[in-house]
Design a protein around this ligand. Structure first.
Ligand code: WT7
Length: 658
């Protein structure tokens, strides 16, 4: 791109950013969050939500306890997540309401699962799990695709008080094994394979490798889904159908276990700035209340809403906004098994038209992919049922925001750009449809009671309109992480050591004159590729793990579709030169060690890496090279010529690729 083209593009982006979308009077008149919403006292608000949105076996006595950096919410209460998501709705006469319109990859594979069906499926699974010896406090791993049995498994485990961790199906055996070990899981629930573009993507074979590294796992339950051949180990492995199908579905005979508000609900592993993923701890009552309350107001959920979150349940978005939040609210959701382009690029729009979806929640990377494919796929379908559109996972560029609203939302629908993280459990910053004036590219306002702010280097709050700094939260919120599993030191260090009693999110941000937040991406060694969080250090370790790699440095460059893309700089042992074959081999190696999602987009072979005199790799410079920018200050470099060399090679690589 020439400088002039770049300038024009910057101006166009700026103009889009300055557009304003005040709520329509029609929408405002019936919105869940009415005028005066933010004037409520936050503690009273969360107290009421806790009492009214959730059902308790024993009501809580204290709203919260804040002993920084440790929070507890809804203390003294006894509650069960599955009861709140399923049983009480059936008891309240909503048994015939649809919980999930499930759609398999093959368009002929459709299931309508009512709340009564869901209860029967969950009770059968819970009975089967009990039969295996799973009970209150047993740790269980889950490695499945987007099949109905995945939420059923999560709910069945919470029913009997067993904490779990779901590992996304795109992770490798090493990643799965590491998580099973860290949580000391005694059981693993998986499936033979998941459908991906007409082919089975094997899961059980990967689970077998993972279990070989995780001796705590005593049994494995395998759902038949894709029909691919799998090995079954006698005494350890059981087919789902053999265990579950014959069980009783009598809910009364399989009661929901009363749990303490602060009992562990699940762990979600997330990449940080070291090689080892963090086990983010989420507990029961605050998590349920935080997810369900935000779901209700931010997506303006009504009894007749048909809600679709197109994320994967293997990530926090799916836990909070496909499973727990929507089910607590007795919402009707769509759940889709596979990719947006199977059998054709209009699959999403076909689904929306068929189920008359009213709320769509997805990631900017998906929106940009649809933009690239062209709006004609959406225009072939009647999308007039849509009322609210949501975005999550990475900053949404104003161009994609406006395209989303115009082409998918018919120029009518509010777009809610929701900022939050695995650690947050629930959305923290987002517009409220019908209430907030929208700005393309801004997540706008903190949710009620969320003390979000932007701090400067010295921990002073930067006033609105006065520049960018660190995104922080100054106090606890109901669904916040309660710690990192078995690692209090890291919990304190990562989130609470930079500023006193203040949560450091790891994002850059600014607040404009109107008090609206603009999130600007990560400020640490964490990358965001297609809304998936990846750690530079983890990918570097994976590369160095290859026998021919001497050293590796990883950074991210911007990418028009995936937001960021991984660029790896690699020194081969013995000064060997790289080749396209070696590049392909190293990418496969990263896929094997971490998972296909972590494969570098580009690999640059280099004889040296830019380092400071103390030997620290200068990632900032590598990023400049990756972004094709003019280089920043190189005076602290041990050997400044190295950077030129790398820049040249990076350019060659870029020319080759495109
Ligand atoms: C990181 C968290 C929980 C959502 C799924 C990703 C980035 C997320 C936004 C947004 C700008 C966003 C941040 C954050 N992010 N949503 N609306 N605008 N950035 O969860 O893997 O825990 O990643 O995603 O950088 O720190 P995650």
């Amino acid at each position: 791109m020439t400088q002039a083209q770049q300038n024009n593009q910057n101006i166009a982006a700026l103009l889009l950013e300055q557009r304003r979308y005040p709520p329509s009077a029609d929408f405002a008149a019936q919105a869940n969050a009415g005028e005066g919403f933010y004037d409520q006292d936050p503690d009273t608000f969360w107290e009421n939500e806790g009492r009214n949105r959730l059902s308790w076996f024993t009501p809580f006595t204290t709203l919260k306890q804040w002993d920084p950096p440790f929070a507890k919410w809804y203390l003294g209460g006894k509650i069960n997540a599955c009861y709140n998501c399923v049983d009480r709705h059936v008891e309240n006469g909503l048994g015939a309401k649809v919980a999930y319109h499930w759609e398999g990859e093959n368009p002929a594979d459709r299931l309508t699962i009512t709340y009564a069906d869901l209860q029967q499926r969950v009770v059968k699974a819970a009975n089967a799990f009990k039969h295996l010896g799973i009970g209150k406090g047993t740790h269980v791993g889950i490695y499945m695709g987007m099949v109905p049995e995945l939420p059923v498994t999560m709910l069945a485990l919470t029913r009997i008080g067993a904490p779990f961790t779901v590992v996304f199906g795109g992770f490798s055996a090493d990643s799965l094994g590491g998580r099973l070990n860290d949580m000391q899981c005694e059981h693993l629930i998986t499936q033979d394979g998941a459908w991906r573009r007409g082919k089975p993507n094997p899961l059980k074979p990967i689970a077998d490798e993972a279990m070989a590294m995780a001796p705590s796992v005593k049994s494995c339950v395998v759902l038949r889904r894709a029909g691919n051949e799998v090995a079954m180990t006698d005494g350890r492995d059981h087919w789902w159908s053999d265990l579950v199908d014959g069980q009783s579905d009598d809910a009364a005979a399989c009661p929901c276990e009363p749990m303490d508000s602060e009992d562990l609900l699940f762990l979600m592993y997330s990449s940080g700035t070291t090689g080892k993923p963090k086990g983010v701890v989420h507990t029961t009552a605050g998590y349920l209340c935080g997810t369900a309350t935000t779901h209700h107001y931010i997506f303006d959920i009504k009894p007749e809403t048909v809600y679709w979150c197109a994320a994967d349940i293997g990530w926090i978005t799916g836990h909070s906004y496909i499973v727990f939040g929507p089910l607590v609210n007795a919402a009707t959701s769509v759940m889709y098994e596979s990719t947006p382009d199977y059998p054709d690029k209009d699959r999403w729009w076909d689904i929306i038209e068929r189920y008359k979806v009213t709320v769509l929640y997805c990631a900017p990377t998906a929106i940009r992919t649809h933009m690239k494919w062209g709006p004609e796929y959406a225009h072939k379908h009647d999308l007039s049922s849509l009322k609210v559109l949501g975005s999550v996972g990475e900053p949404i560029n104003p161009e994609a925001w406006v395209w989303y609203r115009d082409h998918i939302g018919g120029g009518r629908t509010p777009v809610v750009d929701t900022w939050w993280q695995t650690e947050n459990g629930m959305i923290l910053v987002s517009p409220l449809p019908g209430l907030t004036t929208l700005k393309p590219g801004s997540a706008t306002k903190p949710f009620i009671g969320v003390q979000a702010a932007v701090f400067d280097n010295d921990g002073k709050e930067i006033p609105p309109g006065e520049g960018a700094g660190f995104m922080v939260v100054k106090g606890p919120w109901p669904a916040m992480l309660r710690g990192l599993y078995n690692d209090e030191a890291r919990y304190r260090d990562v989130y609470w050591s930079r500023f006193e009693n203040t949560y450091l999110a790891g994002d850059g941000a600014r607040v404009d004159e109107d008090g609206d937040f603009w999130l600007m991406g990560r400020i640490d060694d964490v990358m965001n590729v297609s809304g998936h969080r990846l750690s530079t250090i983890e990918i570097e370790s994976a590369l160095v793990d290859h026998p021919e790699v001497a050293e590796a440095a990883v950074t991210a460059r911007s990418d028009a579709i995936t937001g960021q893309a991984v660029v790896a700089y690699v020194i081969l042992k013995g000064g060997k030169d790289g080749s396209p074959e070696k590049s392909a081999e190293l990418r496969e190696h990263v896929a094997k060690v971490i998972g296909p999602i972590a494969k570098p987009a580009n690999i640059v072979f280099t004889p040296e890496l830019p380092k400071t005199r103390s030997g620290k790799i200068m990632r900032r410079l590598l990023k400049d090279v990756a972004e094709n920018r003019t280089l920043g200050d190189t005076t602290t470099l041990a050997d400044a010529s190295v950077v030129d060399e790398i820049a040249q090679r990076a350019k060659l690589e870029a020319d080759k690729e495109g």
